[in-house]
Design a protein around this ligand. Structure first.
Ligand SMILES: *Cc1c(COP(=O)(O)O)cnc(C)c1O
Length: 356
């Protein structure tokens, strides 16, 4: 059988969650499991994240999937609901909603009795300068005051545009958040994703919202997971299925983009973009064989790639790590002009899944 496997290490997931607790000992943890737990598989990951305080998802379908597996934890829809009829389903299943615009506020007000009866908190999003979701600073105070007067418990929330790099916008976002928080006091607060958890311990407040760090990839372009005290959760492997000896001047793969400048041994590996292996090729990419880096040559096909094994003593059937503990997903992403988040989320269903 064709070997292309995605292996999920639940111990690594637990260890990364422990790292969050170590970094943010005072805050509750809303573990982000949107996009099928960043491509890792909600059903394979949820139990290992059991000591989280809550789970965060992007939409109702994801929330229902989590609820089927877990009827204890609180679940937050971090973008809220997308249509009014979703409100009844959310309330019936004990989902907390984010509200980030007037229409969502109205839907909540129209269902306030049922929502309040269930004792659900409401998350209210500030647009502090990212200009994606949220109420502007000059409208959010009235929204929160109205909700508080009706008996709602609010969590003031915002999201950083640049938690991963130094940018002047961050200070503006922080200042706005602190001002609104003070104006609405007392109020619960949450603004830290993975990068912000590392960067601003003083902003952890009531809930932190780790995502990528749980899965053992880095939220920073210039810091790798080992330095951050994290362990990669996913290992992605395939096998050598053919070996070709080529002479100087011969080509490899579609488009004949690679031409040998010396005699080479090329191995063909059972992985391609049909599995979610990236093809964009920004700069030299590598796989790992027994912890050494081996160059990818020529174009990535749907089902296969070619690697240069000229100086290696390997045979057909040799297992190759595409990313995992040795070859970090963040480095594969960088070689393809992407980020670890994207490669993890866009894996296809084709590789066989294994959980350890
Ligand atoms: C996805 C998400 C996070 C987690 O971000 P990471 O960078 O993966 O830690 C936090 N908050 C919100 C609102 C999100 O949508």
């Amino acid at each position: 059988m064709r070997q292309a496997t995605v292996c999920i290490d639940r111990e690594a997931l637990k260890s990364n969650l422990d790292r969050v607790k170590q970094l943010a000992p005072q805050a509750k943890i809303l573990s982000m499991v949107k996009a099928n737990a960043y491509g890792h598989g909600i059903k394979d990951c949820l139990a290992a994240l059991d000591s989280s305080d809550a789970f965060g998802v992007a939409c109702l379908n994801e929330a229902l999937e989590v609820r089927q597996l877990n009827d204890q934890h609180s679940i937050t829809l971090v973008e809220g609901i997308f249509a009014e009829h979703e409100m009844q389903i959310a309330i019936a299943n004990h989902f907390e909603v984010m509200i980030h615009q007037q229409q969502q506020l109205q839907w909540l007000l129209d269902h306030q009795q049922a929502y309040l009866t269930k004792g659900l908190k409401v998350w209210v999003k500030l647009n502090s300068g990212m200009n994606r979701l949220g109420f502007k600073a000059d409208e959010i105070i009235a929204v929160i005051q109205q909700l508080k007067a009706l008996g709602f418990t609010c969590v003031l929330s915002m999201h950083f545009a640049n938690a991963d790099i130094d940018h002047p916008l961050s200070q503006q976002q922080i200042q706005q958040f602190l001002d609104i928080k003070a104006a609405c006091a007392p109020i619960l607060a949450s603004c830290c994703n993975s990068a912000a958890i590392y960067k601003w311990p003083e902003l952890h407040f009531d809930y932190v919202r780790p995502g990528i760090m749980l899965y053992g990839a880095s939220p920073f372009a210039d810091r790798n997971v080992r330095d951050l005290g994290l362990q990669p959760v996913m290992s992605f492997h395939a096998e050598i299925i053919a070996i070709q000896q080529i002479a100087t001047g011969e080509y490899v793969g579609y488009g004949a983009t690679f031409q040998a400048t010396h005699p080479m041994t090329i191995a063909v590996v059972s992985i391609g973009y049909g599995d979610g292996y990236p093809r964009s090729y920004h700069r030299q990419n590598f796989v790992s064989i027994n912890a050494s880096a081996v160059a990818v040559v020529g174009r990535v096909s749907m089902d296969m790639i070619a690697i240069d094994i000229t100086d290696l003593d390997v045979e057909i059937g040799q297992v190759v790590e595409l990313w995992g503990k040795d070859r970090l997903v963040d480095d594969v992403a960088a070689a393809n002009g992407s980020i670890g988040y994207e490669l993890l989320c866009r894996l296809s269903q084709r590789p066989q899944r294994i959980v350890v």
